[in-house]
Ligand binder design. Structure first.
Ligand SMILES: [Zn+2]
Length: 300
């Protein structure tokens, strides 16, 4: 059975002024259940990640600041949320959601977290609405438990996975691949193992052929035994910040391409949602739900 990590805390509590688009974390599971794409027993509810596991990736000084709300004004501004115990707890639960998905994906091939993909978090600081880097924490946990030897991170959010790239810049067991808008946040890009910067206005055909060629080659060359997929839907043409011209169908084909490629090579895959900022929340939810549909279609 394909497991989906979700906890009500994903959508609640929300700092003032951030209700939208975070409401998606409530709407996605509702919609999936409503459409019969998933059944309730597929939902697994994560607990907060243990500090010992977080410290495999993040610095103790930074984690202490999150635990005791001692981030400076400047550090909070960089993150974009005001600090609170609830926000730290939320981030720890989301991180554990990604780890729980790893355990599940090792058995069934795929698992999805209804949040996460917090790829702008660095070892010693957060930024861009990301506090802890869930993929990095989960990847380091997999390596420490000897559950994976070579991990591929496929980051297809429209923003570069700068935190992930930096965390793993000297880690040969993790290959970071990021396809992102060239002229988008973060304006200072870190160096992933493979970066594919996309021009403004990139359309379905260009996007999908670039992805297909690079992904296939990475599977052959990197030979990963585990993969993470950051399925941000801010690549959509309707996105307020994305700058690309990928259609809803193109976004769905992206997901299909990732899953079919990994499935064919028998590489377990954990997916996290990442960003999505279309003005109409229905587009965001539809695109994220398509990711689940494609996962279910491929793996069941
Ligand atoms: Zn993004």
């Amino acid at each position: 059975m394909v497991h989906i990590a979700w906890n009500p805390i994903y959508a609640h509590p929300l700092p003032e002024g951030h209700r939208f688009p975070m409401i998606k974390y409530e709407l996605i599971p509702e919609q999936l259940l409503h459409e019969g794409v998933i059944i309730p027993s597929q939902l697994i509810s994560p607990l907060p990640c243990d500090d010992k596991v977080i410290l495999l990736t993040h610095d103790k000084i930074y984690l202490d600041k999150l635990d005791h709300q001692t981030l400076s004004e400047r550090e909070q501004k960089r993150i974009g949320f005001p600090q609170s115990p609830a926000l730290t707890l939320r981030e720890k639960v989301i991180t554990q959601g990604t780890i729980d998905c790893c355990v599940s994906a090792l058995k069934t091939g795929v698992a999805l977290n209804v949040a996460g993909g917090t790829h702008h978090a660095f070892a010693d600081h957060g930024e861009g609405f990301c506090l802890l880097n869930d993929f990095a924490v989960a990847a380091n946990w997999l390596l420490s438990e000897k559950l994976a030897q070579k991990i591929l991170i496929i980051d297809l959010d429209v923003h570069q996975g700068n935190g992930t790239a930096k965390i793993f810049e000297n880690e040969p067991a993790v290959f970071t691949f990021s396809m992102h808008g060239e002229h988008n946040y973060p304006f200072h890009k870190e160096k992933s193992d493979l970066d594919i910067p996309l021009k403004d206005g990139t359309d379905d055909n260009t996007y999908l052929s670039l992805l297909e060629n690079n992904l296939q080659q990475l599977i052959t060359v990197v030979k990963p035994d585990f993969a993470f997929f950051l399925s941000g839907v801010d690549i959509l043409e309707t996105d307020k910040f994305g700058k690309l011209k990928v259609t809803m169908e193109g976004c769905r084909q992206r997901d299909r391409l990732v899953y079919s490629t990994l499935h064919l090579s028998k590489i377990p895959c954990v997916t996290a949602m990442g960003g999505g900022y279309s003005a109409d929340v229905r587009y965001i939810v539809e695109a994220h739900c398509n990711t689940f549909k494609e996962a279910m279609r491929t793996y069941s």
